[in-house]
Ligand binder design. Structure first.
Ligand code: GDP
Length: 196
């Protein structure tokens, strides 16, 4: 798959220094610790990529990766817990809102959630932005290895029910970076998203 050819392009704390707004972008979002870096590493088979995104100082940035001449991945900053200072939350909110509403090449969002804590406040915010910007959304319920198969399936159905009123194209799947569960399914979903 083309996803194994990923290369780091750059990191940017604001929208000025981003790669030209051409071609297509798929953005990855997730609350800190949800498992977003591990998911990106697994999908690209490139352990260095998400390490870049984890470099101190880059966690609050947009990190761009080239997948092919016409496709980029963007690792969006995720903030952690309720204790984040208000100013950080506000900066994050402004950056995300501007990026999600103005980026023309953005064609879909992959939202990574820890299957044990789905649909946090962070996730709902992302879901609402997708709805507002009419962006297709693919949800990974990651760390599926932490639950039995039956419990994982139940969570999948429950999340699907909670999002049933969404009007944008929405797909949800089980994933595990640790056990490599659902990797082909993500590749296929991404193929569909940037090449509908
Ligand atoms: P991020 O902050 O969202 O980028 O999260 P990371 O990818 O750094 O993962 C956070 C923690 O969850 C790390 O300790 C990972 O080893 C662990 N983790 C990530 N993905 C999985 C998974 O699929 N299964 C399990 N069991 N642990 C995972």
């Amino acid at each position: 798959p083309i996803y194994h050819q990923a290369k780091f392009i750059n990191s940017s704390p604001h929208l000025k220094d981003t790669p030209a707004d051409e071609g297509l972008e798929i953005a990855f979002a997730g609350r800190s610790n949800a498992g977003k870096s591990s998911a990106i590493n697994t999908l690209t088979r490139h352990t260095g990529l998400a390490r870049i995104s984890k470099t101190p100082g880059r966690t609050q940035m947009l990190n761009f990766f080239e997948i092919s001449e016409q496709l980029r991945f963007v690792d969006l900053p995720g903030y952690g817990y309720a204790k984040v200072p208000l100013a950080v939350k506000q900066d994050w909110h402004k950056l995300m809102e501007t990026y999600l509403t103005s980026r023309k090449s953005l064609c879909a969002i992959v939202l990574v959630m820890d299957i044990r804590h789905p649909l946090t406040e962070f996730d709902w915010q992302m879901v609402e932005w997708c709805e507002h910007s009419q962006l297709p959304l693919h949800i990974l319920l990651t760390k599926a290895d932490k639950l039995t198969y039956g419990a994982g399936k139940n969570t999948l159905l429950q999340v699907r029910r909670e999002l049933k009123d969404m009007t944008v194209p929405l797909t949800i799947q089980l994933f595990s970076a640790l056990k490599k569960v659902g990797v082909d399914e993500v590749h296929q979903a991404l193929d569909q998203l940037f090449n509908p």
